[in-house]
Design a protein around this ligand. Structure first.
Ligand code: ADP
Length: 341
């Protein structure tokens, strides 16, 4: 659905030039939910704006739904934009128009007759869960409801690709989850390809199939979300993964555990998938003459399976402890020894 080849965007700046997007290659398949994550200034907005022709690359090509959007202009570009729609962090609604009129707006521009427009708006209002709110004005809605209007409006012309520019960054965590659930629902029901840019790994983990990590205008790592979580390669990716896997109290926990367990080893296990940890721990107890205690743990359920982080205390003879840790290392889990008592 999307192919980006050797895309670059260079802006002039006082110091010479800024490579906002630097030699980016990317493929997004039809029906995929693809995430692009990076800190502020990484080049995400520039990249996503290239997908709907709002930004023309300095070099390289951007092909979306069979059209080279980096080369088209005028009426052809307007047509392409109906197929590649976007939702925004601050919703970009028309404040003087009702919910129904906001959603109808792109249909009006496309010249859809009134009767058909009304029917379509009704369907869209229902699809995004805003039944009964068609006559409300944006100022009368909550943030989550405003984004539902943004989504309905973006879907009005049956796009092939939906782009999200930090679409949940202005929302509280609970509302974020509801909006992400809605996007998954739409992706499943309509088979719509979705590309989201975000600086929040939570968003990636909850709904994306694949992810690209951006830093300094480049994509430094790409992969299936589960693989990236299991085995992040780049330091920046590790930091993003820690954003969601480390409980907030981890640092305190570590200090606390070092005090509590002066002997033996405290290890941290990180794993993805259902029922990974239990057989491993059972085997440890069976195979080695050690005591095993789970001292703290957190397992969270996500769209892609479960993700867990456990602190475990092992105690016994030195040699047995070393063998046990080697044994754990042979399994598909992340293991980090945090105390060598
Ligand atoms: P992100 O969305 O990841 O925060 P951006 O794509 O907005 O990153 O910006 C990438 C880099 O390009 C930044 O250094 C930013 O200052 C620069 N940049 C973005 N847009 C422009 C512009 N129109 N003119 C000059 N520099 C820009």
């Amino acid at each position: 659905m999307i192919t980006i080849k050797k895309a670059r965007k260079i802006y002039p700046s006082k110091k010479g030039e800024v490579k906002a997007v630097d030699d980016v290659n990317l493929e997004v398949k039809e029906g995929e939910i693809f995430g692009v994550i990076g800190y502020s200034g990484a080049g995400k907005s520039t990249l996503i704006r290239m997908l709907n022709g709002l930004e023309i690359p300095t070099s390289g090509s951007v092909i979306v739904a069979g059209r080279e959007v980096s080369k088209i202009k005028g009426a052809e570009l307007r047509k392409a934009r109906q197929e590649i729609s976007m939702i925004f962090q601050h919703f970009n609604l028309l404040w003087s128009r009702t919910v129904a009129d906001n959603i109808a707006f792109p249909l009006e521009i496309a010249g859809v007759p009134k009767a058909e427009r009304d029917k379509r708006v009704k369907e869209l209002i229902s699809l995004v869960g805003l039944d009964g709110r068609g006559d409300a004005y944006p100022s009368q809605l909550s943030g989550g409801q405003k984004q539902r209007v943004g989504i309905a409006r973006a879907l009005a012309n049956n796009p092939k690709v939906l782009l999200g520019d930090e679409a949940t960054s202005a929302l509280d965590p609970q509302t974020t989850d509801q909006i992400l659930d809605l996007l998954v629902d739409i992706n499943k029901r309509l088979g719509l390809t979705i590309v989201l840019i975000t600086h929040e790994m939570h968003v990636i983990r909850k709904i994306c199939h694949r992810v690209a990590v951006m830093e300094g205008g480049r994509i430094v790592e790409t992969g299936h979300v589960l693989d990236v979580f299991k085995n992040p390669q780049q330091p920046i990716t590790k930091r993003f993964v820690q954003q969601v896997t480390e409980p907030e109290e981890t640092k305190e926990t570590v200090d606390h555990l070092l005090d509590r367990y002066p002997h033996g080893r405290v290890i941290q296990l990180t794993f993805v998938g259902e029922g990974v940890e239990q057989p491993l721990i059972t085997n440890l107890i069976r195979k080695f003459e050690i005591t095993v205690t789970i001292v703290q743990g957190k397992i969270s359920q996500t769209q892609n399976g479960s993700y867990g982080i456990l602190f475990i205390h092992l105690d016994g003879e030195e040699e047995e402890l070393d063998n046990a840790i080697t044994f754990i290392g042979q399994h598909e889990v992340g293991v980090e020894v945090i105390s060598n008592g």
